[in-house]
Design a protein around this ligand. Structure first.
Ligand SMILES: Nc1ncnc2c1ncn2[C@@H]1O[C@H](COP(=O)(O)OP(=O)(O)OP(=O)(O)O)[C@@H](O)[C@H]1O
Length: 324
């Protein structure tokens, strides 16, 4: 445990976009029990500074427990954790000063205006700064609504104010617990848009807990899969695809009419619509030669890999059992 790596050491590995990144969170062999029941088992992972990460797993997997441990709200039974080089067991206050949290309930006062809520919480945080509040309301396109009661807002607007609240004290790290729950597709896209903005413009590292996989696909750099209190897999989507996507399903919109109803030039396919053929390929390397062959004979208007989703990968990891 004493050889736990220091955050000040630049790691050999390259980060996202080729930039060298340090780890902002390091977790090693952590377990947590409640009343002799093991909730987290031998959990180890790292989170790189500046990245957006999905902590994915079904209800009861232990996601919220991990967030609470990282914030020093509860203590691990065994193992080692470092958050920004602080030990949550001993230096929870230091961590909480530098971390923003958005929980499902958002904890806003519904009978107060957006502005008054943010002023109230910034005073509690000891960061009473109206410029920061105005900036955040602008960032989340809520300045025009600052004098309205939070209780009158849509779920999406409340989420935006909850995000602003979590960012009042300029945190380095943001934890989000099920941030898209209760939102319609438009609201989900909005939250994802704002999270990306916060990550890019303020350099905030983000850890998102969710059991809804497809919503996170467009935003996360890296994923952790937590099942029954264990991290069963982690990596970027490319790493996970390389490991788990053993067969590619390629849907091609084309005028091609192969003579054989099952095989075209050695590639297995099935017809999905008048101008749609779905090919089964052994790897991505077969896509270019297949398309070149088709284009020799006919037109192609579109093509897409249909089984590369995070959900498909999750099902492979989990052996076909559903996440929700
Ligand atoms: N204070 C507690 N005392 C006893 N058991 C607890 C306590 N907190 C959580 N648990 C149990 O630990 C397990 C993991 O809970 P946790 O809330 O971390 O899961 P989760 O992955 O966040 O689930 P969800 O997606 O439903 O929020 C659950 O079985 C839960 O009942």
């Amino acid at each position: 445990m004493n050889d736990f790596p220091s955050l000040t050491v630049i790691k050999k590995d390259e980060g996202f976009g080729g930039i060298k990144l340090t780890n902002i969170i390091e977790v090693e062999k952590v377990s947590k029990q409640y009343h002799q029941r093991e909730i987290l088992k031998d959990v180890s992972f790292t989170i790189k500074k500046g990245s957006i990460n999905g902590l994915l797993g079904p209800n009861g997997a232990g996601k919220t427990t991990i967030i609470r441990l990282l914030n020093g709200v509860i203590e691990a039974n065994t193992g080692m954790m470092k958050v920004m080089n602080f030990d949550p067991k001993l230096q929870g206050d230091e961590i909480r000063k530098r971390v923003g949290i958005v929980t499902e309930s958002a904890s806003l006062y519904h009978d107060m205006t957006a502005w008054d809520n943010l002023v109230f919480f910034s005073k509690i945080y000891g960061h009473s700064d109206t410029k920061r509040i105005t900036h955040l309301l602008e960032q989340f396109d809520m300045l025009d609504f600052k004098d309205q009661l939070v209780g009158s807002f849509s779920t999406g607007m409340k989420k935006r104010i909850a995000l602003a609240k979590a960012l009042l004290h300029n945190p380095n790290l943001l934890f989000l617990d099920e941030p898209t729950n209760g939102l319609d597709p438009e609201g989900i896209n909005e939250v994802i848009h704002y999270l990306r903005k916060v990550n890019q413009e303020e350099g905030v590292t983000i850890l998102i807990c969710s059991h809804v996989l497809h919503q996170l696909e467009t935003i996360c750099d890296s994923y952790l899969f937590l099942i029954d209190g264990r991290i069963v897999e982690n990596g970027t989507i490319t790493e996970l695809e390389d490991k788990y996507l053993k067969e590619i399903k390629l849907l091609v919109e084309t005028g091609l009419k192969p003579l054989n109803s099952q095989i075209y030039k050695g590639y297995r396919y099935s017809r999905r619509g008048t101008n749609q053929l779905e090919f089964l390929l052994a790897s991505k390397d077969q896509i270019t030669p297949l398309l070149a062959d088709i284009l020799n004979e006919s037109w192609v208007h579109n093509c897409e890999i249909t089984n590369r989703s995070l959900e498909a990968i999750y099902f492979t990891i989990r052996g076909g059992r559903g996440i929700e």
